[in-house]
Design a protein around this ligand. Structure first.
Ligand SMILES: Nc1ncnc2c1ncn2[C@@H]1O[C@H](COP(=O)(O)OP(=O)(O)OP(=O)(O)O)[C@@H](O)[C@H]1O
Ligand SMILES: [Mg+2]
Length: 337
């Protein structure tokens, strides 16, 4: 039995089997069908990003961003689950498993989509999927059967909590997360998720999803750039520019560092105010965990504004992987005997 953690985020898809990780942008596109196909495909592309699912060949992630004519990317939850989630999931999971062997998956959904989409996501995943994985930079492919026999869906921020609480064998190593009342703020690309774990029990009152993900700051940056350059930049093409603080559009370089700082500062203030308001009655919270890729970026701005002890995000880890790592550990916890 193989345990897989899977986090199909609006920004990035993440998957792990406990040993290796897959991380790529949640973008799906048509695979090219030219005679140059093999030479043009970057050989360093990862197995799984060129994948045939249900008879359709797709590029996924950065490969789709760079090579596909028709590209799909959405921040609409219903569309995301019905149109893209299957290809993104299989692109992440197929390279990590042994063909045909039973697979068990733990995955998560934002608090607000949990009730509505949990069964749909389970049904979509819990199947025997036959896919073709094309070898990067070559015309060869291999067939893989992703034989998913069980799926567990948990509220997204609990992934980060289990990541802190459990070790790689699925055993509890950090007692405070079992005995205390912990608030979790997970800032992703589209959503900011807030939840309270009271001695590991999910507390409805303190849980909420909002649209205050990093894309809100990116939207502000993209619209300022459009005014300056006349070019409408897709949000998923802004990560590198935001990191570097500069972007080149049609040969002209724009310094966006001040713009980025301001957009992040105001998003952080919005999220911190939301947390303080949501948890006003939960003054007995022991600690607050900030997580998610967006959480790592905003933490320095948020920390001074939050009322309570904040457990700092480890700087040496990719915070985008906190949830998926926890999903996998939780799978080990419930299924390894
Ligand atoms: N190495 C990195 N590359 C790209 N983005 C990064 C990196 N490290 C942190 N980030 C930040 O992480 C954010 C994405 O975080 P994350 O992967 O947790 O979101 P998501 O889970 O896809 O979104 P959602 O939870 O809304 O569905 C980006 O918007 C960016 O600000
Ligand atoms: Mg997320």
């Amino acid at each position: 039995m193989q345990v897989i953690g899977l986090d199909v985020g609006f920004g990035f898809t993440k998957a792990t089997n406990g040993r290796e990780y897959q991380v790529f942008k949640s973008v799906v596109g048509e695979a090219a069908e030219t005679q140059f196909n093999d030479q043009l495909l970057p050989a360093k592309a990862t197995l799984g990003r060129h994948i045939e699912v249900g008879g359709e060949a797709n590029y996924v992630g950065e490969l789709a961003e760079q090579q596909s004519r028709g590209r799909g990317f959405t921040l609409d939850p219903a569309q995301f689950i019905s149109k893209f989630a299957r290809v993104l999931s299989l692109s992440g999971v197929a390279p990590l498993i042994d063909s045909n062997q039973p697979v068990r998956i733990v995955t998560g959904l934002p608090i607000s989509f949990f009730r509505k989409h949990k069964d749909q996501l389970t049904q979509m995943l819990q199947q025997r999927h036959v896919v073709k994985l094309f070898k990067p930079g070559s015309p060869e492919w291999e067939e893989r059967v992703v034989n998913v026999e069980r799926v567990r869906v948990i509220p997204q921020p609990f992934g980060s909590l289990f990541n802190l609480m459990l070790n790689d064998l699925g055993k509890v190593t950090s007692q405070r997360f079992v005995t205390e009342k912990i608030g979790v703020i997970d800032v992703g690309f589209r959503t900011a998720d807030f939840t309270i774990s009271d001695k590991t029990k999910y507390a409805e009152r303190g849980s909420l999803s909002t649209d205050a993900g990093i894309s809100l700051a990116f939207t502000a940056i993209a619209s300022a750039l459009q005014q300056q350059s006349g070019v409408n930049i897709e949000l998923y093409r802004l990560y590198e520019a935001v990191n570097k603080g500069t972007i080149k559009i049609r040969g002209k370089r724009y310094d966006i560092s001040a713009m980025v700082r301001q957009a992040f500062q105001s998003l952080a203030a919005k999220i911190a105010a939301e947390a303080n308001r949501l948890w006003a009655d939960d003054w007995d919270i022991d600690a607050i965990v900030i997580t998610g890729g967006g959480g790592a970026v905003l933490a320095p701005h948020m920390q001074p504004l939050l009322e309570g002890e904040v457990i700092p995000v480890p700087a040496d880890q990719d915070a985008r992987l906190n949830n998926v790592g926890g999903y996998w550990k939780y799978g080990m916890h419930v299924w390894s005997t």
